[in-house]
Design a protein around this ligand. Structure first.
Ligand code: ATP
Ligand code: MG
Length: 450
């Protein structure tokens, strides 16, 4: 079963970048967690130690100092990081029951400080005034042996839960930084894919295009080799098939000639006439087939040409021959093509229009990147379900199978083969009122398209 990606992730770029961003997010989240558990924990521990040391020093000095010097001593020992005051009152009445963190700090401080009991230390946490997301303050009240208090607050106390916003910002920044790197990496990775897709496109038009270079990274070179091998095999297959069909058609001519001679010996004149008509038809098929392959075998070079003047030439030739062919629109259209092949394709379309639809109306137009040629007629058209089938070699519709209209059914097959070799397309459609329209699309030359 093929797993489907969500619609926005259908391009390789989107997928790879999604994977990269996800990888960055996960690794970043993991490292942040690690940082938190290792570093922040240790930082907290260090800060706690320093706080304990200072409180210890204060306790010793204050207990032996005169009361009027105590406030100054507390302040000096506190220094820049701890703001300490000596008071008769405790600033924190009791460690709040619900504050797990404060309680654990209180317990650890009591353990570290000598001569300080669990009840002599009260701890509370608070946020500093500027922002709720700033590191929290730790407030400590410590009782001295004479019942007076040291009230201290540790300013930059790092409490758990802080810094979520900065973590988020850094994660987003990292994810964003990954996008250009991803695009750049993919450019490198996708380049060979482009080469292959273009090569496949060229191969679709002409199997005899030169092979693609077998260079680049090992995987790419290997794929290029496989691609070239495949192209060689397809080319050989086509040549084999063509020469086999040509050989069969050629060899059929001798027995057909013999048959024709033998038909003369048939006594029943009506039967003889029918047999000869069939033989003539077969001979025509053989001859057309041979002509088809002969022309196919002549590799005509692609060259820049103006489709408009080619169309004008063909239309003039047909009107000169006495057919009713009108040219409606014919702006200049620069294309790259094989003039003989294109002319044969156009002749076949005009021939069909005059043969099955009495008269032809030819019109050339320019799309943004392609030339659009239509050939309309006033005939009875082609049944809807046969519009594709008539492109197959030797397919002729029953109603037109009279000898008067001639033909063996190779015309449209040839049109399609020529047009496809030019990277274009051809389709048939019935017109609203009466008649058939053949639409032929051919890419304009890169310089001519705009
Ligand atoms: N303009 C048209 N109007 C009606 N039917 C058409 C038209 N063009 C083609 N067809 C039908 O499609 C069939 C195939 O056309 P195609 O040109 O391939 O062969 P053909 O004209 O019969 O023979 P050939 O072109 O080899 O001389 C025709 O026999 C005809 O029945
Ligand atoms: Mg035809």
């Amino acid at each position: 079963m093929i797993r489907r990606w969500p619609r926005p992730l259908s391009s390789l770029y989107a997928r790879a970048i999604a994977v990269l961003v996800l990888a960055v997010l996960v690794s970043h989240a993991l490292s942040m967690a690690l940082y938190h558990f290792e570093f922040v924990e240790r930082l907290t521990e260090t800060q706690e130690e320093r706080l304990a040391e200072k409180l210890e020093a204060m306790k010793h000095l204050l207990e032996s100092a005169p009361e009027d010097a105590r406030e100054a001593i507390a302040h000096t020992i506190g220094g820049a990081t701890i703001e300490a005051h000596w008071n008769r009152q405790n600033a924190i009445a009791s460690t709040p029951d619900g504050d797990e963190f404060a309680r654990s700090v209180a317990a650890r401080l009591a353990e570290r400080l000598t001569g300080v009991g669990a009840d002599d230390i009260r701890v509370a946490t608070g946020t500093s005034s500027d922002s709720a997301t700033q590191p929290r303050l730790l407030l400590v009240s410590m009782r001295l042996s004479d019942g007076t208090w040291v009230n201290a607050s540790s300013g930059v106390y790092h409490a758990p839960g802080g810094g979520l916003k900065s973590a988020l910002v850094s994660t987003i920044l990292m994810a964003l930084a990954v996008v250009p790197v991803g695009i750049w990496l993919l450019r490198i990775a996708i380049r060979p894919l482009r080469v292959f897709s273009e090569a496949a496109e060229r191969l679709g038009r002409d199997v005899h295009v030169p092979p693609i270079p077998e260079s680049g990274p090992a995987e790419v070179a290997q794929t290029a080799r496989t691609f070239n091998d495949m192209q060689k095999k397809i080319g050989k297959l086509l040549t084999d098939r063509t020469s086999m069909l040509a050989a069969v058609s050629h060899d059929l001519r001798t027995p057909l000639t013999r048959l024709r001679l033998r038909a003369e010996l048939v006594d029943d004149l009506e039967q003889q006439g029918k047999i000869v008509a069939d033989i003539v038809e077969m001979e025509e098929m053989v001859n057309s087939t041979l002509a088809f392959f002969r022309d196919d075998a002549v590799a005509e070079a692609v060259r820049p040409l103006d489709l408009a003047s080619l169309v004008r030439t063909v239309v003039n030739e047909w009107t000169d021959m006495g057919h009713e062919v009108a040219l409606l629109d014919c702006p200049p259209c620069a294309i790259e093509g094989r003039p003989v092949g294109l002319k044969r394709a156009l002749v076949n379309l005009i021939e069909n229009a005059t043969k099955y639809g009495d008269r032809a109306r030819v019109s050339l137009g320019r799309g943004p990147s392609e030339a659009i040629l239509t050939v309309d007629d006033d005939g009875s058209g082609v049944p809807q379900e046969k519009l594709e089938e008539v492109f197959e070699p030797f397919v002729r519709l029953e109603t037109s199978r009279s000898r008067a209209t001639g033909g063996v059914g190779l015309g449209l097959a040839l049109v399609r083969s020529v047009v496809r070799a030019h990277g274009g397309s051809v389709k048939l459609e019935n017109l609203a009122g009466r008649g058939l329209r053949a639409t032929l699309r051919l890419p304009l030359s890169p310089g001519g398209a705009a």
